[in-house]
Write a protein of this length. Structure first.
Length: 236
């Protein structure tokens, strides 16, 4: 059974909608940890659409489990990572126009640059995970560039509509996990996981941690709404 890293980006998305201080993703991290999360993940995007620099620095101080900084492999983000020193950096591709991370890294297109970024991060004792599609060639490439971990992209599995394609995508994830394990890398997974589809992924051998954000924050908004309304009514 895998452990849970909670992605708190969408707490910051709600905050940024008003540009104020609430809700604070740092508070959300504390609640997630108290509830049993084994890690906190936050993605500092180039356009700062949700998580801000201040959040990452404060999370580093407050998080007691481990902080996973999701980041594009750019010079700017590498410099921030080396300054903050998170437990882990998960390198993801980033496009300005996308709503969320769409595909895995194409390691083979940029092996030399990635190897250099990974070396810098690892020299600073930061574990480095590469967010990749469940594809054997990308697994091999992740090993060549010296990643400590891979995060298998579960978005294709999550979006699969028919029973057949769900099974196909699940088989790719299982094969990828087996290959990464054989090469000595550690394995996380995430993207699009929810309360219905998470069980099969959690059961894959050697998958250590699942990074889940949208489904948890979406449910929290709805399950918390009743109490929030009753608390307000009590004040009227
Ligand atoms: N892992 C990575 C690399 C991601 O980019 C994201 C989305 O920010 C997640 C996991 C979490 O995905 P979701 O919000 O769909 O649970």
């Amino acid at each position: 059974m895998a452990s849970l890293g909670v992605n708190i980006d969408h707490i910051a998305t709600i905050r940024q909608a008003r540009g104020g201080k609430d809700p604070d993703p740092v508070h959300a991290a504390v609640i997630a940890e108290l509830a049993g999360a084994t890690g906190i993940t936050a993605h500092l995007r180039e356009d700062r659409r949700h998580i801000q620099d201040r959040d990452i620095y404060m999370l580093k101080q407050v998080v007691k489990t481990h902080l996973n900084l999701e980041m594009a492999p750019t010079n700017e983000m590498t410099a921030i990572a080396v300054d903050v020193l998170p437990f882990m950096a998960t390198l993801v591709p980033e496009k300005r126009e996308e709503r969320t991370t769409e595909g895995g890294l194409s390691i083979r297109e940029r092996e030399k640059d990635l190897a250099k970024t990974i070396e810098t991060l690892r020299n600073n004792n930061i574990l480095v995970s590469l967010f990749i599609d469940p594809n054997i060639n990308e697994i091999k490439a992740a090993h060549r560039v010296n990643a400590t971990h891979v995060e298998l992209h579960t978005g294709y599995y999550s979006n699969a509509a028919s029973e057949n394609s769900i099974m196909e995508e699940l088989a790719k994830l299982k094969d990828a996990a087996l290959a990464a394990n054989k090469l000595g890398m550690r394995i996380n997974a995430g993207h699009g996981l929810n309360y219905v589809n998470v069980g099969a992924i959690s059961a894959i051998n050697n998958v250590e941690e699942l990074n889940i954000g949208h489904a948890i924050i979406s449910r929290a908004v709805l399950t918390g709404l009743d109490t929030a309304i009753r608390d307000m009514l009590a004040l009227l």
